[in-house]
Design a protein around this ligand. Structure first.
Ligand code: SF4
Ligand code: SF4
Ligand code: SF4
Length: 255
């Protein structure tokens, strides 16, 4: 039986999630016995276009990304968003709050006219995505688990409960009690609460749980001394696209 053919693609990203994949494959080399990687620019020169599973890293941040994304979608049976940039839009979406022309000139200076850009978006805003592997970067164990699930014909299921649950199971002292702040109550678990475990607040890189109580968390953040501006900065490091969508929805509902 032929092995499933897998390809990796990157759009606007730092390629850190692909590096994590390479790292995972080094410690789970057995995966290479059961899949055939036909395209992975970060790791090999070959560029096969016949693949069934596509992992996409990075957000869509320019019109020219869209035809390539549609081409991948047309070819692949399964499209998996790899990491926060692809899943959420991620840190690339911080610039969505600013004038895109200013951003372009700031980054590219007098060569700005050579480059196209528009507000960054998650991959799912352009093409249907079958599954996501959250995180910035992805969790290597979760990547391996999800590949195994895909090979078994099962659709991956990622946690949809708050990070606080994982954090409490680890018996961490809540960082709020140490004078720090944390987005754990609204953030999807699955990273083993790694930031609070090492004494830092969660920044929300795994995205929002279903029905997050954002307003309540904003109040908590303000009660812990953050100004409105700081609350906004905290909530929009990885989640600008989602926050803008929520604002648009609220405006549409006349709230
Ligand atoms: S999610 Fe983070 S680590 Fe992964 S590509 Fe984006 S910025 Fe890099
Ligand atoms: S440190 Fe963060 S994740 Fe942990 S319990 Fe406190 S708020 Fe929740
Ligand atoms: S604790 Fe929060 S910011 Fe840190 S890895 Fe987990 S989800 Fe991301």
């Amino acid at each position: 039986m032929s092995k499933p053919r897998v390809a990796f693609f990157e759009f606007t990203s730092c390629e850190g999630c692909q590096l994590t994949v390479i790292d995972s494959l080094q410690t789970h080399i057995e995966l290479l016995d059961v899949i055939e990687i036909v395209q992975f620019r970060e790791a090999m020169s070959e560029k096969g276009e016949d693949y069934q599973i596509a992992f996409i890293e990075g957000s869509c941040s320019r019109p020219g990304d869209e035809p390539k994304l549609r081409e991948i979608r047309e070819q692949a049976d399964l499209v998996i968003a790899l990491g926060a940039c692809a899943h959420l839009g991620g840190i690339n979406t911080i610039r969505n709050w600013q004038d895109q022309e200013d951003v372009r000139r700031y980054v590219y200076g007098d060569k700005a006219d050579w480059y196209e850009t528009y507000p960054a978006r998650p991959i799912s805003a352009v093409i249907p995505v079958d599954a996501v592997i959250p995180g910035c970067p992805i969790d290597r164990h979760e990547f391996v688990t999800i590949v195994k699930q895909l090979l078994q014909g099962r659709m991956p299921r990622i946690p949809d409960y708050p990070l606080c649950i994982e954090c409490k199971l680890k018996e961490n002292v809540c960082v709020y009690l140490r004078g720090k702040v944390c987005l754990g109550p609204i953030t999807r678990a699955g990273c083993d609460a790694i930031c609070p475990t090492y004494g830092d607040g969660c920044e929300g890189c795994r995205g929002l749980i279903s029905n997050p109580n954002i307003e309540s968390l904003k109040t908590v953040l303000e009660e812990h001394g953050l100004s409105m501006e700081e609350v906004r900065a905290k909530m929009t490091m990885f989640l600008s696209y989602q926050m803008m969508e929520l604002e648009r929805e609220a405006a549409g509902n006349g709230d």
